[in-house]
Design a protein around this ligand. Structure first.
Ligand code: ZN
Ligand code: ZN
Length: 710
């Protein structure tokens, strides 16, 4: 046993999950009073869903000068972000609006929400978040709900409740309905208006305000067939004294949604079309009990445990909704449109739920022109869930999965970035608008990522974003990328580092066996895009190797100070001291060499120098120090100049050909060390990348020589 291991005793363990309030019980009279002060206990499914999302707050921000809202709910706050949805603020804003419209009873509460998106987009994740979030919410004070059980007082009651031959001490409402539905119609109105007259405390404004439409309570629907039978029988026994029935026989208890316990959360995944059985959705006759109650239509001989009943008051998600048998689709329509379902041999019963389905494009298209589906489509609210189009967000998807774990292989810098870039390149579309049509896909991705590209304004970004409504609905799925990175990791080699080269190989090979792409033009396009990514990769790592060759930060700093000293003297028309202490003219050659590498034209150098001196003044006034990083252009020039100066002192071909010369080797080790410390490479990938860059330089030099010789 590990001597450092801490062993816990039961007394030491604390859990926030089992609060005694979650087991709260009361009688009907108490609930009636409580509900009039806390109307949220009778909120509809849509209202609760809206509250769930809002309970995590929201953040307003601007992008391309438009207002956006980010809902932290979708960052998966209840699971440490493991299930977060990335880059879909626009779509999640729409979803929140849909919930709000349903909460305010504007008609949305009678629609199915359809998440429509390509395979591997976040449809299922969104549904899972809603499901988990709603469950958690019912455990909070703002999310508290109640339901009830019937408690018999004598043997006759037991008979009425169907408990005579059972060991159960009480009869729970099988659809965990709101106890307030037991109020006779005419009294409901009174209670409703009392509930809706309460105010709500606005935290932002720090004051009470009247309830908004989405916060009004309606107490809609009737009790289920089983409770109805019991209620009627008890009413008969008590000669119509309904108050006595609800106060003497009811136990009100806290309702907590739980998927595993099948309370408030339903789901369905269509299997083979022929195997779909409506009892899975609407419940089934309990044949063993028919003998006891003598009739197939006695609710006591029926199991109200179909997914529709389970999900009452909560949330229902159907994966691959369009694979549902048509008869089933109509069941769904009834449940959404009328809030009613029809169990076998029973009259319709009331249900309230947020119904959501997922579908991918091929399925959706297949049924697009099917007339019998018209009714269904007409009653769905479609929300497109495209693939991520922001590079940083796409990277987060994989980084979340491949966080460095001890003992795992090293993932070389830029590996995930390049894989993400490739995924995005397969998803974005060329622009055909006159103002933006020249833009490369690569630059388009930069703009989407919030970076600047010269010549393009925020207005352009906005135009690009809305030019192709189906952008992101096609392309490579994150799942594919994940699988291939996973392959690279588990591949049984001695190399403990995964680089872009390894992943690229997997991505390319995987394409050949990609079932959706076989023999298509897209397959070739995607391969060409891999080559484009390779270029980007080379450019990026070239810059890093250059920096590593150029030297340490202090080398850049020394050159920077020297340059600035010269520039200030030049602007002030002064002389400077050289290393012998003699006054000389500013070093024009040094300055122009650096400026040339910074991309300043010969004719623009005076202006550039003046601007630099000016910004130094601004920095000084703001009490900030001006260093080599303060001007990006200058920084680049300085590093390149250092690199050019040093490059010739290191025989780069040794990198490539691996000639072992101890002196050369030492220089190379220094560069490698910088790669590791500055950019996060390991020994393996640093060598790999340096070889790659060296071979490109070597061929570049050869090309130059050829050009000179010709
Ligand atoms: Zn019931
Ligand atoms: Zn590595």
């Amino acid at each position: 046993m590990n001597p450092d291991q801490k062993v816990f005793t039961l007394e030491e363990l604390e859990s926030g999950q089992y609060d005694s309030r979650l087991y709260q019980e009361m009688d009907f009279g108490e609930l009636l009073k409580f509900a009039q002060a806390n109307p949220h206990v009778s909120y509809s499914a849509y209202q609760k869903m809206l509250q769930t999302i809002l309970s995590y707050g929201f953040e307003k921000y601007k992008f391309t000068r438009r207002d956006f809202i980010h809902y932290p709910f979708f960052d998966d706050p209840f699971n440490n972000g493991r299930d977060a949805v990335f880059g879909l603020d626009k779509q999640m804003m729409r979803l929140a609006e849909v919930f709000k419209a349903g909460a305010a009873r504007l008609g949305q509460e009678r629609r199915i929400i359809l998440l429509h998106g390509p395979v591997g987009s976040s449809k299922t994740t969104i549904a899972r978040l809603l499901r988990n979030g709603l469950q958690k919410f019912t455990q909070t004070n703002e999310g508290q709900l109640f339901t009830y059980s019937w408690v018999p007082r004598d043997d006759e009651d037991k008979e009425i409740m169907g408990l005579a031959k059972s060991s159960l001490k009480e009869l729970r409402c099988p659809v965990h309905e709101d106890p307030l539905l037991l109020l006779p119609e005419d009294t409901r109105i009174k209670i409703m208006s009392a509930m809706n007259n309460t105010s709500i405390y606005d935290r932002k404004e720090s004051k009470e305000r009247p309830r908004r439409p989405e916060e009004l309570v309606f107490l809609e629907g009737e009790i289920c067939p089983l409770c109805r039978l019991v209620y009627k029988e008890l009413l008969r026994k008590q000669k119509g004294d309904w108050k006595k029935v609800v106060s003497d026989y009811l136990k009100v208890r806290r309702l907590i949604f739980s998927e595993v316990d099948r309370i408030g959360i339903g789901s369905f995944r269509p299997k083979d079309e022929k195997n779909q059985d409506s009892t899975e959705l609407s419940g089934d006759i309990n044949y063993r009990k028919i003998a006891e109650f003598g009739s197939e239509s006695d609710p006591r001989a029926f199991n109200f445990d179909g997914e529709f009943q389970v999900s009452n008051r909560g949330f229902f998600y159907v994966e691959e909704a369009f694979k549902l048998d048509k008869a089933f689709l109509y069941d769904f329509l009834g449940a959404t449109q009328e809030h009613r379902i029809k169990p076998k041999r029973f009259p319709e019963m009331y249900v309230d739920c947020v119904y959501m389905g997922g579908t991918n494009n091929p399925e959706y298209e297949k049924l697009r022109d099917d007339e019998t589906m018209e009714a269904f489509r007409d009653r769905t609210t479609r929300i497109d869930v495209p693939y991520v189009l922001k590079l940083a967000q796409e990277e987060r998807i994989y980084k979340k999965v491949y966080k460095e774990v001890p003992g795992q292989k090293h993932i070389a810098p830029h590996t995930i970035e390049m894989a993400s870039l490739w995924a995005l390149l397969t998803r974005v579309k060329k622009s055909n608008k006159p103002q933006t049509q020249g833009i490369s896909l690569r630059n388009k991705i930069r703009l989407y990522d919030g970076k600047t590209v010269s010549g393009f304004t925020e207005e352009h970004i906005h135009d690009l974003m809305f030019e192709n409504p189906d952008e992101g609905m096609q392309g490579i799925s994150p799942r594919y990328i994940q699988d291939q990175i996973g392959n690279a990791i588990v591949e049984d080699t001695d190399v403990h580092c995964i680089s872009w080269f390894t992943v690229k190989k997997e991505l390319e090979e995987g394409l050949n066996s990609h079932s959706l792409l076989k023999g298509s033009q897209r397959l070739q396009d995607y391969k060409n895009l891999l080559a484009e990514v390779e270029e980007e990769f080379t450019e990026t790592v070239k810059g890093e190797v250059q920096e590593a060759v150029a030297g340490d930060e202090k080398d850049v700093d020394i050159l920077f100070n020297k340059y600035i000293e010269n520039v200030i003297a030049y602007i002030n028309k002064e002389k400077i001291e050289d290393h012998r202490g003699e006054l000389v003219e500013p070093d024009e050659q040094l300055m122009s060499e650096i400026e040339e590498k910074a991309g300043v034209s010969a004719s623009g150098k005076d202006e550039y120098r003046a601007r630099l001196v000016q910004s130094m003044g601004t920095f000084a006034r703001r009490k900030r120090s001006f260093d080599y990083k303060s001007d990006e252009q200058l920084c680049r020039g300085l590093k390149l100049k250092l690199f050019e100066d040093r490059k010739d002192t290191i025989n780069l071909s040794t990198l490539h050909t691996r000639v072992i010369d101890p002196e050369e080797q030492e220089k190379i080790e220094v560069i490698k060390k910088r790669m590791v410390e500055r950019f996060g490479y390991c020994q393996i990938c640093a060598t790999l990348v340096m070889n790659h860059v060296a071979s490109i330089w070597a061929s570049g030099t050869k090309a130059k020589q050829l050009a000179l010789n010709s």
